[in-house]
Ligand binder design. Structure first.
Ligand SMILES: O=C(O)C1=N[C@H](C(=O)O)C[C@H](O)C1
Length: 314
């Protein structure tokens, strides 16, 4: 069977909360429609950007059940299904499949810092256990281990493993993976600090698995377009350099603090962060809103952004 292929912008969505801290499903509806309308190819619900580690198992299942029914057009709906163990992860995968998910993204279980061989075996066992397209997320900043490309290339041969979402700290690894031309979608995190976007897109990558698409979905769709012809490299360069201040801003605090605070400030469904995470301080937020205005995102998306006056010096 031909593997599902995703190209373009794969946006890791925030989890919108109501004022009482409960899940804002109306907000999810609005954000999913807005992403689809602005050229997003797939969304990841309950990734790190979705504050997944602070959601209860009941909330996680309810989010899949309710948002999978919000599917819009061809935009793929993937879900963060990583549990605290292999068994817990397989249970989330089976539930996501039964609830109508298009796919799932898995990272190595957090906190245990398992050795690379165990993590490879974890991904393979999960992919064997459920007939569901799976994306593997190599995310060393969050789980310590940085899977070597040998492990990744073996895993990408699995019929159910369809996406690599790369956040490696070894930039050279991207070239090794692209050179191997695996039968899977190669995508990278949009963090400018990791510096993976330029090598990934220039070496034949299929797009970015990003979170900045929460505040500029059309811009990230343009940036994440595969280089089918040399002209796209020029579009890419111009877009990357134009969006660089926004990329640095969305990663100027631990994800998703900056992007969620900015979304709330421009009036998008977002709500507060779940404690112990807290929103940006006013002067930090003011810098983000200045970038939004400088890029013309408020006019592009119709936001009325009142200038935020930085706090008077203490
Ligand atoms: O939501 C995610 O998953 C993402 N994770 C990275 C992180 O660990 O913050 C960033 C990425 O672009 C989205």
């Amino acid at each position: 069977m031909t593997k599902m292929r995703i190209e373009g912008s794969f946006v890791a969505l925030i989890t919108p909360f109501n004022a009482d801290g409960s899940i804002d499903f109306g907000g999810f509806r609005t954000l999913i429609d807005w992403q689809a309308k602005n050229g997003t190819s797939a969304v990841l619900i309950m990734g790190s950007t979705g504050e997944v580690s602070m959601l209860t198992p009941e909330e996680r299942r309810e989010i899949v059940e309710k948002t999978a029914k919000m599917k819009t057009g061809g935009m793929k709906m993937f879900y963060g299904c990583t549990g605290t163990s292999t068994a817990a992860t397989i249970a989330y995968l089976k539930h996501a499949k039964s609830a109508g998910a298009d796919g799932a993204i898995l990272a190595a279980p957090a906190y245990i810092c398992a050795p690379e061989d165990d993590i490879e075996a974890f991904f393979a066992e999960c992919a064997d256990a459920v007939e569901l397209p799976i994306g593997i997320y190599n995310n060393p900043p969050r789980v310590k281990s940085d899977l070597h490309w040998d492990h990744l290339l073996r895993l990408m041969k699995h019929p159910n493993i369809v996406v690599l979402k790369e956040s490696t700290t070894r930039v050279g690894q991207v070239a090794q993976v692209c050179a191997a031309q695996p039968d899977a979608t190669i995508m990278c995190c949009d963090s400018p600090n990791l510096g993976l976007v330029v090598p990934t897109m220039s070496l034949g990558g299929h797009g970015t698995a990003n979170m900045t698409g929460n505040i500029d979905p059309a811009g990230m769709a343009q940036l994440s377009t595969p280089w089918a012809d040399p002209a796209q490299s020029v579009v890419f360069r111009e877009t990357y350099l134009r969006l660089l201040p926004l990329l640095h801003f969305t990663y100027s605090a631990i994800n998703p603090v900056a992007v969620k605070s900015l979304m709330q400030a421009v009036g998008l469904p977002a709500g507060d962060l779940r404690r112990p995470l807290t929103g940006l301080k006013p002067d930090h937020l003011a810098r983000g809103l200045a970038i939004v205005r400088r890029l013309g995102l408020d006019e592009k998306y119709g936001w009325k952004t009142a200038p935020v006056l930085p706090l008077a010096a203490e």
